[in-house]
Design a protein around this ligand. Structure first.
Ligand code: GDP
Length: 365
């Protein structure tokens, strides 16, 4: 480059010509990357039914993918796996952050593995913006369990609408069951609406609680208590034992005030320590008692049927919504209508009707 400073007449400092810098990214990188061949739906199903963990993992990735192509394959795989699913105990586990969910799932998991079961741990955390691998269900949070070959741990599908995230987890359950996992844990943070979603896909809903000071029921939504089939008070160890027992008594009293559950099962309250592995069998005896009870009364099947219907309706809802809101013409009209409604030029109801009529006409044309 011609710099005036480099002129022979110039008496100041000269400018060096510099060097060309090397590219930061290796330009040959892609050449060496082995391309993995996409499996056919039949190959996925075969691998899953054989219990091939790697193929199961890939199939779950397809379920989680937003690409239409992946979704089509995923749906076909799910459909073919359905006849082999259902044969498990699905257990929802919730509790506020810090309640000890991961510590407990680690020991609960080892407990069920010792009984000869195979366990899949899934999670629903729609709020999480974090990248995969560090969300709920993260392997490093369940240190012992993650080293077990009979445990399959999968973090929550990455952030999205609650309905979407929940549907993916529900579909993953089907794949895991077809792969021979006969115990499924679905973990969620006990702070939002995700409990309702988890509740609608599990047989037993366990609420992990802590003994606190003052009002034991504080900070936990009544709705979540009503959904619980069992409450397990964690950290019943050291000088916390008395407080944990007192909290258990308070929870039992509180539960009496709630209307009877649809199954007529009376939710139980137990204390344990996940960290010190104390009384974990008490938690598990409670869960076993529940399953015995609902299998005897027929409520187990009734609830599963109700859930299947719920998920069909949920899927319809979601597809309709997506179809409506993603149509470009609808998007444009929606903006106009919003303005009119805000300016009091049109009522919310007639605006909604106009939009829907427009959408249905567009579909026909
Ligand atoms: P999560 O956020 O619900 O998954 O909770 P964690 O499992 O990460 O536990 C939160 C904290 O409580 C950690 O520091 C644990 O070591 C501790 N913790 C978990 N279970 C117990 C327990 O049974 N007793 C005691 N003393 N501490 C526990």
């Amino acid at each position: 480059m011609n710099h005036p400073e480099n002129d022979d007449q110039y008496i100041g400092l000269q400018v060096n010509s510099g060097v060309t810098s090397q590219p930061i990214v290796n330009p040959y990188r892609n050449v060496h990357r082995a391309r993995r061949r996409r499996l056919t739906p039949g190959e996925y199903v075969e691998g899953i039914l054989k219990g091939d963990v790697s193929i199961l993992g890939q199939a779950v990735t397809l379920v989680e993918s937003t690409s239409e192509d992946h979704q089509a394959t995923a749906q076909e795989v799910i459909e073919k796996c359905l006849p082999y699913s259902g044969n498990s105990r699905r257990i929802g586990i919730t509790g506020v952050p810090g309640a000890g969910k991961s510590t407990s799932i680690d020991v609960f998991g080892l407990h069920v593995l010792r009984q000869g079961h195979r366990l899949a741990v899934l999670a629903i955390d729609p709020s999480s913006e974090r990248t995969r691998g560090s969300i709920l269900g993260d392997k490093t949070r369940m240190e012992k369990l993650s080293q077990e070959k009979d445990a399959f741990i999968r973090p929550s599908p990455s952030a999205g609408s609650l309905g979407g995230v929940a549907r993916k987890t529900r579909e993953t359950i089907v794949l895991c069951e077809a792969a021979g996992y006969d115990r499924i844990f679905v973990e969620t943070v006990g702070v939002g609406q995700s409990e309702t979603a988890v509740h609608s896909m599990v047989d037993f809903f366990l609420l992990i609680q802590l003994a606190g000071t003052g009002d034991e029921l504080q900070g936990i939504k009544r709705g979540i208590m009503e959904m619980a089939d069992g409450i397990a008070i964690n950290k019943c160890d050291g000088d916390n034992v008395e407080r944990a027992r007192l909290a258990a008594a308070q929870f039992r009293n509180a539960l009496h005030l709630f209307p009877p559950t649809p199954s007529k099962w009376v939710p139980e309250v137990v204390t344990y320590s996940g960290y010190y592995d104390l009384d974990v069998d008490k938690v598990w005896d409670m869960i076993d008692r529940y399953f015995e009870y609902v299998q005897k009364t027929g409520y187990f099947t009734e609830k599963r049927n109700r859930q299947a219907k719920y998920w069909m309706l949920e899927t319809i809802d979601e597809r309709l919504r997506t179809s409506f809101y993603s149509m470009p013409e609808v998007k444009a009209l929606l903006e106009q209508k919003e303005l009119r409604v805000l300016n009091n030029e049109q009522s919310s109801f007639t605006a909604a009707h106009d939009l829907l009529d427009f959408y249905f006409k567009k579909l026909k044309s």
